[in-house]
Design a protein around this ligand. Sequence first.
Ligand code: C5P
Length: 409
Amino acid sequence: MALQDCNIVLGVSGGIAAYKSADLCRQLKKNGAKVRVVMTQGACAFIQPLTFQALSGEPVSTALLDEDAEAGMGHIELAKWADLILIAPASANCIARIANGFADDLLTTLVLATEAQIAIAPAMNQVMWANPITQKNLQNLIESYEQRLQIVGPASGEQACGDVGFGRMMEPSDIVAAISQESTPRECKYRVVITAGPTREAIDPVRYISNHSSGKMGYALAEAFHAVGADVCLISGPVNLSCSSGIERIDVTSAEQMYEQAMRQARTGLDVFIGSAAVADYRPIDVSEQKMKKTDFGDNIQVELTQNPDIIANVSAMREISQSLIVGFAAETNDVIQYAKSKLKRKSLDVVIANDVSNQEIGFNSDNNEVTLVTVDGEELLPLTSKASLAQELVTRLSEKLNQKRKSK
Ligand code: C5P
């Protein structure tokens, strides 16, 4: 949606992220939108209406039955005026109320009364976000508003309460970028299987070989596909992340276990397979049943390794999924594009998402990423942004590529 001259009702509900909505309001104005702010009672406990009045240059509405406000632009007029109702932050309570058709305050009434696009940027504690009730409410919203609804985020990271996980409101610039995208699919009915995180290859019962993968990119992709209604299966190595309850999560430890699960998923059919896991290339040939003792070895020790199966190459070789889009990652420290191209060919992939992990800003544990999409048709840089925002962009790009592939067959 082009923001220039776009009429946006910015709904602010009660959450600590409400302070970020002041900046969001400013950024929407800067992009040429006309903004009218509607605050819930809860939001007023976190931030003053006067702040939004100064930033939007318009009176702020806080109540449904306010004579003065109704004499200006009444709630039905406001619902008709809007091209977009953007709720940021959308608290768990706010989502529950709009998902159930409540109309007991101005914001919920506007949502019920409008025919405009609706975008919500959830913000809540990670346990509240993962709660099946919240996820059911979101599903209800997706089914009810279909193409009219866009869910922006949430992002993962440290929360105001000290928890770490999904539930943080997306940054204002990411929200602006997401609602400006013309072709974000609002609904996608694909089955998407994603591998994420590292694998651990046991040496003995207490030691293993692994890597620094945090799983953040794969989890962000799983959430982004889930938010547009895809049926998502996440095959996850050991990571410190939680995901929405609507995502089917299969926990594995080793590359062989990840391989078994991926092949099982591929056999039952899928539309998109994304290998974002940093799979260990080798595993010890012999795993000691007991903890190995230093005293049993000299100064040096040799652990013989054997190659693990290449999961994505085996998936892409399956006849059952010749209509599916197979997407790999190439995390490299040098000659990134060159290696990505050779992976594309060698593993018969449709897309390789290449990134430079030697750059600390976009490396393994970072919340941000900058990638290049490599296909047989060429390369395209997706510039530095949060992993959550990038994941939403990738949902759009990969959906387009799947459609192209199916049309050309
Ligand atoms: O060969 P390399 O590890 O660099 O390739 C990276 C891509 O291949 C990633 O998409 C990764 O998930 C996938 N991969 C895999 N199984 C392996 C090794 C890598 O699926 N054993």
